[in-house]
Write a protein that binds this ligand. Structure first.
Ligand code: FAD
Ligand code: UDP
Length: 374
């Protein structure tokens, strides 16, 4: 049995059915498969929208790339992001074009490096997000592009956030403005849901939607792969793990193009949302209407009970609780915990798939082959 029909659960189910010939029951508490990668067509425009936030596929992992291409082809979309600071627009992540535009003059890579090095020198041993960011981009660029955005995204003083968060964002002294550096990037040609449905489309896989694993009672004597929240599995016995959630405000507008690009960040703290997604720009190859468009404004806040958990926060209290839950999880007989909720880790899609393939290859397959021999 697999609890959760996100990319992790679907990868495990697909491998167990197709490679081992096992019958797999997938229970999913939502009314659709795909987890947070799910997308749907906005009915009045025909535009594919990502209900849980824009999802861009990217990987440098050959094995994952080969695996996903069995279920869908990918477009050649490369993600680019812009950010509005004050009344100007700049490319993001910070690259040579951002630096030249911000300081109002043409600079060579060497000149830009020297300028930023002089501005970044005030921090010798960065110990938190603010110090790390200043050490990478200098104080002026930090204040223009990072401080306000981070405050909105995390609602926590950047001096109390871990330095690693900012290292997810590259800093480049070239004019390369691609958001991701991975070798393979693109969007599923027929949409996310068609891709995810193809993974589940096997006579040995049964998907039961609207079914919460916790309400099933005894699962019977079957091995379980659980991809729901780790603390939820144990009834939050060690306390709740902290998450951030997002609110998406969707709107259909009577105009063909709202912002000219798929994602626009808003760096200033007084703008209440962090970014605006405009979904038509993810698929310029499609024949979408010229007079309407769909946007979503994204707001970030702490998750309360009942909110969708999106980003693990990972405070010291969370980490201490996580260690105790991991011990409980190890002691659980015939249950494997995986995916972003089941491990309380931020995972991109390719990472969720890679770790599901690893769990299948290292734990599940050997177990069933051993059983078959006995
Ligand atoms: P999920 O997709 O969360 O799936 C878990 C499933 O389990 C859900 O469907 C849930 O309903 C179900 N479930 C939970 N509890 C139970 C239960 N008790 N019983 C039954 N079912 C249960 N990755 C990228 O590669 N590129 C991106 O651009 C990108 N953008 C993102 C943007 C946002 C806002 C977020 C939050 C994530 C983004 N990701 C992106 C990450 C991506 O969503 C994850 O990699 C992926 O969702 C991981 O799959 P999963 O199966 O581990 O988890
Ligand atoms: N960030 C920022 N300004 C931006 C974009 C990102 O300060 O315009 C910071 C912010 O702290 C964010 C981190 O960089 O949490 C990582 O950004 P990323 O785009 O990876 O966030 P995600 O897309 O995962 O929400």
């Amino acid at each position: 049995m697999v609890a959760g029909a996100g990319l992790f659960g679907l990868t495990v189910a697909e491998r167990c059915a197709r490679d081992l010939g096992l019958r797999v029951l997938v229970v999913e508490r939502r009314d659709h498969i795909g987890g947070n990668a799910y997308s749907e067509v906005e009915p009045s425009t025909g535009i594919e929208v990502h209900r849980y936030g824009a999802h861009l596929f990217h990987t440098s992992n050959e094995r994952v790339w080969e695996y996903v291409n069995q279920f869908t082809a990918f477009t050649d979309y490369r993600h680019r992001v812009f950010t509005i600071a004050g009344d100007r627009v700049y490319p993001m992540p910070i690259n040579l074009a951002t630096i030249c535009a911000y300081f109002g003059r043409a600079m060579s890579p060497g000149e830009a490096r020297a300028l930023i090095a002089a501005q970044a020198g005030e921090v010798a041993h960065p110990a938190n997000l603010e110090e790390k960011a200043i050490s990478l981009v200098g104080r002026p660029l930090y204040e223009a592009f990072i401080r306000g955005y981070t405050a909105k995204q995390w609602q926590t003083d950047p001096r109390e956030l871990p330095a690693e968060i900012i290292t997810r964002l590259p800093m480049r002294y070239t004019f390369d403005d691609s958001y991701f550096a991975d070798r393979y990037q693109g969007l599923p040609v027929g949409g996310y849901t068609a891709w995810l449905e193809r993974m589940a489309d096997h006579p040995l896989i049964e998907v039961r939607l609207g079914t919460d694993f916790a309400e099933l009672g005894a699962a019977g004597n079957v091995p379980v792969v659980y991809t729901g929240p780790l603390d939820g599995y144990f009834g939050r016995a060690e306390g709740a793990l902290g998450w951030r959630t997002l609110d998406f405000e969707f709107e259909v507008l009577a105009q063909g193009d709202f912002q000219g690009t798929s994602v626009m960040n808003y760096a200033d703290e007084h703008v209440p949302y962090t970014r605006v997604h405009e979904f038509r720009h993810f698929h310029p190859e499609r024949d979408y209407p010229g007079d309407r468009t769909v946007i979503a404004r994204e707001y970030s806040r702490f998750a309360g009970p009942g909110d969708e958990p999106y980003y693990p926060i990972g405070t010291p209290t969370d980490r201490a609780r996580l260690a105790r839950y991991r011990e409980l999880a190890r002691a659980e007989k015939d249950v494997l915990f995986g995916g972003r909720l089941g491990t309380y880790t931020y995972l991109d899609m390719h990472m969720a798939i890679a770790s599901a393939l690893a769990m299948y290859g290292n734990r599940i397959r050997p177990r069933f082959l051993r059983q078959a021999r006995v």
